[in-house]
Design a protein around this ligand. Structure first.
Ligand code: ADP
Ligand code: MG
Length: 243
């Protein structure tokens, strides 16, 4: 008779993300993540840092269930992601917001439509869309630009549209993979301050970044990856100087 495994008690209070002994190997090359243990509580703000190729984007893709783990255990918002049925993935992703370095906006649609699109996917009524989109555009400081097409906006403005699109469905977790990678220092700070504000309103925020100055200044939890291994995980941490 099979012995039913007892579910492990959460390692942290109010756990929303649990990676236990997670490894991820692609079909080629060395494993991208090796024996990663990461526990994140609801409402945390976490920076993920590390050199290029250290596994940061792989980690984000595992959290989105864009990729599956090779071994270990991964649970996000109560969903066991190695067991989740395909038909349940859209429902799972509804609770996630995602922002990328390259904005990924619909180029032939204006700002309003780019944000409304996210609401249409989850079948919000027009009435709700007309209420929610202007309200989120005001939060990211783009109320006056709702008719502009992406090419008429600066990089910083485009990233704020992407952020509005990620937030309009009120995600439980916001994931950002190098959101300031294409921005100048001023716009980078503005995006990071918005992410901080979103976190203060209760959203769990996970930000991959290379921005040493911002990480050191913001005094948040910092998880450092090196060649697929978490080599440091510190509250109010900083960016490690490579030796
Ligand atoms: P980072 O985001 O920290 O730069 P990635 O997670 O993108 O790192 O990549 C981690 C490692 O996995 C790298 O060695 C990279 O070359 C490899 N890798 C990433 N994506 C793939 C893929 N689709 N196929 C094979 N190897 C990959
Ligand atoms: Mg990456």
């Amino acid at each position: 008779m099979a012995v039913k495994k007892r579910r492990k008690a959460p390692a942290v209070e109010n756990e929303i993300i649990n990676l236990t002994n997670v490894s991820k190997a692609y079909s080629t090359g060395a494993p991208a993540l090796k024996d990663v243990n990461l526990h994140i509580s609801r409402g945390e703000f976490v920076f993920i840092v590390g050199d290029s190729g250290s596994g940061k984007s792989t980690l984000i893709k595992l959290l989105l269930r864009e990729l599956t783990i090779s071994s270990g255990y991964i649970n996000v918002m109560g969903y066991d992601l190695s067991k989740i049925k395909h038909r349940k993935i859209p429902k799972f992703r509804r609770n996630l917001g995602i922002v990328f370095q390259d904005f990924r906006l619909l180029k032939d649609r204006n700002v309003y439509e780019n944000v409304a699109f996210a609401q249409r996917i989850i079948q919000k009524s027009n009435k709700e869309i007309k209420k929610n989109v202007p309200s989120i555009l005001a939060i990211v400081g783009l109320a006056g630009k709702y008719k502009a097409k992406p090419r008429q906006l600066s990089g910083g403005e485009q990233q704020r549209v992407a952020l509005a699109r990620a937030l309009v469905n009120q995600p439980t977790i916001l994931l950002a993979d190098e959101p300031t990678g294409n921005l100048d220092p001023k716009n980078s700070w503005e995006i990071m301050k918005l992410l901080e504000q979103i976190n203060e309103n209760g959203t769990t925020v996970i930000v991959v970044t290379h921005n040493r100055e911002i990480v050191n200044a913001m005094q948040k939890r910092v998880v450092t990856l090196r060649r697929g291994v978490i080599i440091r995980d510190e509250e109010k941490g900083g960016y490690i100087d490579e030796d």
